[in-house]
Design a protein around this ligand. Sequence first.
Ligand SMILES: NC(=O)c1ccc[n+]([C@@H]2O[C@H](COP(=O)([O-])OP(=O)(O)OC[C@H]3O[C@@H](n4cnc5c(N)ncnc54)[C@H](OP(=O)(O)O)[C@@H]3O)[C@@H](O)[C@H]2O)c1
Length: 281
Amino acid sequence: MNNSPILVIGKTAKTGLRVEQRLHSLGYSTRGVSRSSSPTFNWEDSTTWRKALEGTQSAYVTFYPDLAIPSAEDTIREFVEAAKDAGLQHLVMLSGRGEQGAQRAEKVLMNSGLAWNVVRASWFMQNFSEGFMIEGIVGGELMLPAGDNLEPFIDIDDIADVAVAALTRSELRNRLFEVTGPRAMTFTQCVAEISKVVGYPVKYTSISIDDFLTALRDQGLPEEMLWLMRELFTVVFDGRNSSPTNGVEEALGRPATDFSEYLRKVMATGAWHHSGLLHQA
Ligand SMILES: NC(=O)c1ccc[n+]([C@@H]2O[C@H](COP(=O)([O-])OP(=O)(O)OC[C@H]3O[C@@H](n4cnc5c(N)ncnc54)[C@H](OP(=O)(O)O)[C@@H]3O)[C@@H](O)[C@H]2O)c1
């Protein structure tokens, strides 16, 4: 084990947090960064990158808001050059499945001369419990422009395990792991399973993309995020990603975690009961 810290970009991000915890429990030192850390790291301000990179040899990188956005490829190109200048040797990058922009950014990394890994993930199960969908769940109705599309949602504890394996096991270097959960599910099925365990009714309502974007615009979401939402729910969510892969098994030698186990873990945290008063009437 070498002494330089492993850089984790996205200290407060859903996967970054878990990657850092796992590395600590394995005895590695880390430098977790985001806009709120010291040193600070901001994808929109390249002058913050050098300080974060200095003295590190490997990194787990989560981009924000999403590698699908048009500017991501150039930002990753500039970041990879900065990383090489700073002496980084190995970069593990989280990517999104079925996103053309993300795949262009992946290629930049693969052709950079750095040792690399790409963890190309399906939609996170934790979007229901830690992300933008939690309000719909605790409010009893999740409204999305997702129709009856099938998605093999992944438990991000699996993503963190794969990322840590990639960071710490040299025999896995220079490989792309396309990771998903074990079964493709519709939002109707996911919400029905959630409703069964939470003890209050939750339903899924499919709405039009235009109604969805209008609601988000009214909430003040910036244009870039509106573009991203349209991209995710129309282009990326057109059924191209509906087949599960065995990327978790390839990296870890064990199957991916099922939605039922994810539900068990969330129920133990109480995340879906924060607004329990809503459901006592
Ligand atoms: N969600 C999914 O289903 C999914 C699926 C596949 C791939 N991904 C990939 O996962 C990544 C993001 O996932 P997520 O949306 O679930 O969010 P997330 O990983 O939870 O990340 C949110 C964090 O990003 C940090 N952040 C925000 N703006 C930043 C900036 N300008 N510079 C540096 N850090 C910034 C924030 O921390 P601070 O406030 O502390 O800065 C925040 O805690 C994307 O790269 C996406 O492509 C997501």
